[in-house]
Design a protein around this ligand. Structure first.
Ligand code: PGA
Length: 251
């Protein structure tokens, strides 16, 4: 699984151009490995273009709002995402934790909403540089994973995104990524709710040069790509390169 997370970038014309370009460069089977997460406001136009081009790429959302009894001006819930043909959602991204104050209690509600509506969940966790330097990485990740406790989510993917690697060009060593991914998998296995192996994706400054080395690691089951996904040629090249070097691990 390779996710293109556009964050707050792009416009209608770029969404169409990006999808047309992927249709040209990627085979249907390569497309089926990809999830496209444009800004919410462009999901409709993206879905239209995916249908028009008869593409196999999956549409995903960067966010959703949890169900609530109270009216919520500006809110978008999981049933609306379903209505748009959206199959996956990113929850817990560090930028949302930081700039939108999303804590474990809010994230748990979002997880429940997505799960109830059969939307696959990509749940992001990751430590800051200061936390890493203090040796707190395991503790921080364990705390973030608590948002999942008590929930039984069928289609759950974890994305490990060290906050210090997002958009910085800094990449952890392969040994570090491998160790943390194994830690996350083991934590989930011990959690009573997820006693089977769960796919863990890596995200944070993934680009054409490092994508295949990272994706070749045994414990890495996919990639979450931000900045390098905006250019369709770059993104397609990443997808192709990984496809050549890597038969994705079955999970
Ligand atoms: P980046 O972003 O690839 O630009 O580092 C990744 C992400 O935040 O999902």
């Amino acid at each position: 699984m390779i996710i293109a997370n556009w964050k707050m970038n792009g416009n209608r014309a770029q969404v169409i151009e990006w999808l047309d370009c992927l249709q040209k460069y990627l085979t249907l089977s390569e497309q089926s490995e990809c999830i496209f997460c444009p800004p919410l406001i462009y999901m409709d136009i993206a879905q239209e273009q995916i249908s028009l081009n008869k593409m196999k790429i999956t549409l995903g959302s960067q966010n959703l709002d949890y169900d609530s009894k109270h009216p919520k001006t500006g809110g978008i819930d999981a049933s609306m995402l379903n209505d748009l043909g959206c199959k996956s959602v990113i929850i817990g991204h560090s930028e949302r934790r930081l700039y939108f104050s999303e804590n474990n209690s809010i994230l748990s509600k979002k997880l429940v909403s997505a799960s109830k509506n059969n939307i696959d969940i990509v749940f992001c966790i990751g430590e800051t540089e200061a936390e890493k330097d203090k040796g707190l990485c395991h503790e921080v990740l364990r705390e973030q994973l608590k948002a999942l406790s008590g929930l039984q989510i069928k289609k759950l993917f974890i994305a490990y995104e060290p906050v210090w690697a997002i958009g910085t060009g800094k990449i952890p060593s392969m040994k570090y990524i491998e160790e943390i991914h194994h830690f996350i998998k083991d934590e989930l296995k011990c959690s009573h709710y997820y006693n089977s192996d769960r796919p863990v994706l890596y995200g944070g400054s993934v680009n054409f040069d490092n994508a295949s080395e990272i994706s070749n690691l045994d414990s890495v089951n996919g990639l979450l790509v931000g900045g390098a996904s905006l250019n369709p040629r770059n993104f397609s090249d990443i997808v192709k390169k990984i496809g050549q070097n890597n038969i994705w691990k079955i999970y």
